[in-house]
Design a protein around this ligand. Structure first.
Ligand code: HEM
Length: 439
């Protein structure tokens, strides 16, 4: 039986979406880069969502390729300075906001805690520091505006005109205005990634200042829109399982000790990229929480009429303009691939003290078994930085604090409003207590 489903779209356009439900068929789709293109979708939707003019146009020759090339500055060797800078910024925010107290228990809301720290530290790492002082003023207000914009994000992606969405346009203008060139030029310690993008925007005379700022704002969404909920889920699952938390904390202490560092809460700690790479149980915990919370859809648009070969026996006719979609959440929660799929098992991605990569369906090894970051040519360029920064946040949290969830709280549901778009938020925040550890 062909495990695909055809859904008739708008009558007049007669477009169809084919959902590929069998993960064993994913490789045939992902490798069809030429005929099944991802960029046609994003190049139309992203400008409307973030408010910049279409990039793929003769007005801005070469801009699309330049933007793509800038993504390399989030990866490889460039990850080392980014990771070091993130560590300094996380430590700064932790020290000034949370480590200035005595050892009494304090109460908080976990999503709010994770997102306030991660939003600010990521912002400082990517965009840099203000001209005076080490932290930007008004970060809480900016995050509030960001959350309001983010609530409307699914509607914008669905191409609902922004003027139908209440005050969203004004909020977007406000957010964009933080990134106007005259403002950003005063910031220091800006990442190479953003510096390069500013330089290449300056090469295009037809790009107005407000357009450049809108591009920078789009990167703000890309860099925190998924990372904040992902950080929450990874932290929540660990704190909700004290045994897992204990193991992961011990792993962090051991990696530090192996480098000759005896941790104590009165000192700042730095973990290098190399040390973070050794934290396999922490990485497994993060992957497991991504498995449980991610609901991104991978969309490809057919560039021509063609017969999509699924395997040796099967093919399906696809017409120019039709959409082929992968929805990996169904793979992430498939009990044949992941036993007891709704349960968080912090060590699910570890085998024989190494990362486990061996997952199967119908007795066949899966090439794609965990896809929170998309696939193929459209795969998230920030994925390594994202995993690293979540690791860094959790390291600091576990090293400096004892943590407990308040009693009588169920695991929050996934809020499905962002289904198809990335990591889902919790339907409710979670109350918790934390206090400085006595070490
Ligand atoms: C694109 C997920 C963090 C930068 C994407 C896509 C996904 C994704 C699913 C679209 C891929 C596709 O449709 O195939 C995530 C998740 C993150 C995360 C789950 C955190 C847990 C980040 C961070 C950055 C970033 C931290 C930058 C610092 C981008 C950019 C794109 C993108 C620039 C667009 C790529 C393009 O246009 O080709 N991300 N992302 N992401 N992500 Fe991420």
């Amino acid at each position: 039986m062909l495990e695909s489903m055809r859904v008739k779209g708008a009558q007049q356009q007669r477009k169809y979406t084919t959902f590929i439900m069998d993960p064993l068929l994913y490789p045939s789709i992902i490798k069809q880069g030429r005929q099944l293109d991802f960029h046609e979708f994003t190049s139309k939707v992203a400008p409307l969502t973030f408010g910049y003019p279409p990039v793929l146009s003769s007005t801005f020759p070469g801009l699309w390729e330049q933007i793509k090339r800038s993504f390399q500055l989030l990866q490889g060797d460039h990850l080392v300075p980014l990771t070091d800078s993130m560590m300094v910024n996380l430590m700064l925010v932790f020290r000034q906001d949370h480590l200035d107290r005595d050892g009494d228990w304090r109460r908080g809301s976990l999503y709010e805690f994770c997102s306030s720290v991660m939003f600010e530290a990521t912002f400082l790492t990517i965009y840099g520091k203000p001209a005076t002082g080490s932290r930007h003023r008004g970060m809480d207000n900016m995050r509030k505006d960001f959350n309001e914009f983010d609530n409307m994000f699914p509607f914008l992606i669905a191409q609902i005109p922004i003027w139908l969405l209440g005050g969203t346009k004004a909020i977007r203008q406000k957010l964009i205005s933080y990134f106007l060139p005259q403002q950003m030029s005063r910031w220091s310690n800006t990442s190479q990634f953003i510096q390069r993008r500013s330089e290449l925007f300056d090469q295009h005379d037809k790009l107005k200042d407000v357009d450049k700022a809108a591009h920078h704002f789009a990167i703000l969404w890309a860099s925190v829109g998924n990372t904040l909920p992902a950080t929450f889920w990874a932290t929540y699952f660990l704190v909700s399982q004290p045994e897992a938390l204990k193991m992961v904390r011990q792993e962090i202490v051991d990696v530090l000790r192996d480098s000759g560092i005896m941790f104590s809460t009165d000192k700042d700690v730095m973990l290098s990229k190399e040390q973070l790479d050794k934290l396999i149980f922490l990485e497994s915990s993060i992957n497991e929480s991504l498995r449980l919370s991610s609901a991104s859809m991978n969309i490809r648009v057919a560039q021509e009429d063609f017969s999509l070969r699924l395997d040796n026996d099967r093919s399906v006719g696809v017409r120019k303009g039709d959409i082929v979609a992968l929805y990996p959440q169904s793979l992430h929660l498939d009990p044949e691939i992941y036993e007891d799929p709704q349960t968080f098992r912090f060590d699910r991605f570890v085998q024989d003290d190494r990362e486990k990569t061996d997952f199967s369906k119908n007795g066949q090894k899966l090439r794609y078994y965990l896809m929170p970051f998309g696939s193929g040519s459209s795969m998230c360029p920030g994925r390594y930085f994202a995993i690293n920064e979540i690791k860094q946040f959790i390291c600091l949290l576990l090293l400096y604090f004892d943590l407990q969830l308040d009693d009588a709280q169920n695991r929050p549901n996934l809020d499905s409003r962002r289904a198809g778009l990335g990591i889902l938020m919790p339907s409710l925040d979670v109350r918790f207590c934390y206090r400085l550890r006595a070490v």
